[in-house]
Design a protein around this ligand. Structure first.
Ligand SMILES: [Zn+2]
Ligand SMILES: [Zn+2]
Length: 330
């Protein structure tokens, strides 16, 4: 099976994104790049080098629906009229982003993010959305865990690997243990577990970090020899990466718990302590990270949480948050 990586420019801090052409019938593109002229040109160039035209594509498969990965899906589909689009049903947030504003607002308020910050985040989010067409009502076929994408020379197994987003999927060529993992596996950085409403119950948040740890372990069962990530170079030593990620997550968790004063702190306050100079969209990523680590620490019995109004206040286990006016609910 010929898997051809194509690197596309993005206007985002993370830099170029990798998309993958499976160069055999049915011609399949995994991820699309953001909706920019530059990305589309680079994609056309990459396809041309493989002697493929956009119109020839039969399948467009999305690892997840962040703008840098799915932005061009609609434009490509307009050109490749026979192409079928695949994404996981749990990628609700980005497919129908506008419907999720309220769910997001609730989650951010619960994390202690001040109102003016939420407004700023929303403006930045709207700007990000311009790099992708929402395809809420656009036809797509759901990716289902354990399903097979069949090709001339064999198949790719769909592996649901939630964490970075609830509907993130990886694709495994079991014959040679090659994986296309989107943003689940990145060589140089630990992917951010993005704060997301739970796809089943949007009033709750998705337990992103706990799910992510399960996904990393699940990929490990395939004993990958080559992992193509959404950004940067491929990973050849998955075992090293797996252990490095686990260490980084544990270290970050200790840091987060260490930042909790006896009087307790909101996830927003913890995120400001972790990343005091973060600006723009990085404040959202920072609070996502704080929430994810506090959730995991809570599920492991290392911190306790109480509600102060509509906001969560965390403190180290055994130390009730006495200095605040705490209203216990539920
Ligand atoms: Zn992503
Ligand atoms: Zn990405």
């Amino acid at each position: 099976m010929r898997i051809i990586p194509i690197s596309l420019p993005t206007p985002f801090y993370i830099g170029p994104v990798n998309v993958y052409l499976i160069a055999e019938e049915p011609l399949t593109l995994i991820d699309t790049g953001p909706k920019t002229k530059e990305a589309l040109e680079a994609l056309r160039d990459g396809l041309r080098r493989a002697r493929v035209r956009v119109a020839d594509l039969r399948r467009i498969v999305l690892t997840h629906t962040h703008e840098d990965h799915c932005g061009l899906v609609r434009s490509l589909r307009d050109e490749a009229k026979d192409a079928e689009i695949f994404t996981h049903d749990w990628e609700t947030g980005h497919r129908a982003s506008r419907l999720q504003y309220e769910a997001h607002r609730t989650l951010l308020t619960r994390a202690g993010v001040p109102d003016d910050e939420i407004q700023t985040m929303r403006r930045l989010y709207d700007k990000m959305r311009s790099y992708s067409d929402s395809f809420g009502d656009y036809q797509y076929s759901p990716l289902v865990d354990d399903a097979q994408l069949e090709f001339e020379s064999g198949s790719l197994s769909v592996v649901h690997t939630p964490g970075h987003t609830p509907g993130s999927c990886s694709f495994v060529r079991e014959a040679n243990r090659t994986v296309i993992a989107g943003d689940c596996v990145l060589k140089r950085i630990t992917p951010n577990p993005i704060l997301s409403p739970d796809p089943i119950d949007p009033s709750k948040r998705f337990p992103s970090l706990a799910e992510y740890l399960v996904s990393l372990a699940r990929l490990r069962t395939f004993a990958p020899t080559l992992v193509h990530g959404g950004h940067g170079e491929p990973v050849r030593d998955y075992e090293e990466l797996f252990n490095r990620y686990l260490r980084a997550i544990r270290e970050r968790q200790s840091q987060v718990i260490g930042l909790l004063p006896k009087a307790g702190a909101t996830p927003w306050e913890v995120s400001r302590g972790m990343f005091p100079t973060a600006d723009d969209v990085h404040r959202f990523l920072a609070v996502s990270e704080a929430v994810a680590h506090l959730d995991l620490a809570y599920s492991e019995g290392k911190v306790q949480v109480e509600l102060s109004g509509a906001t969560e206040v965390y403190c180290p286990r055994g130390v009730p948050p006495a200095a605040r006016e705490v209203v216990l609910t539920g």
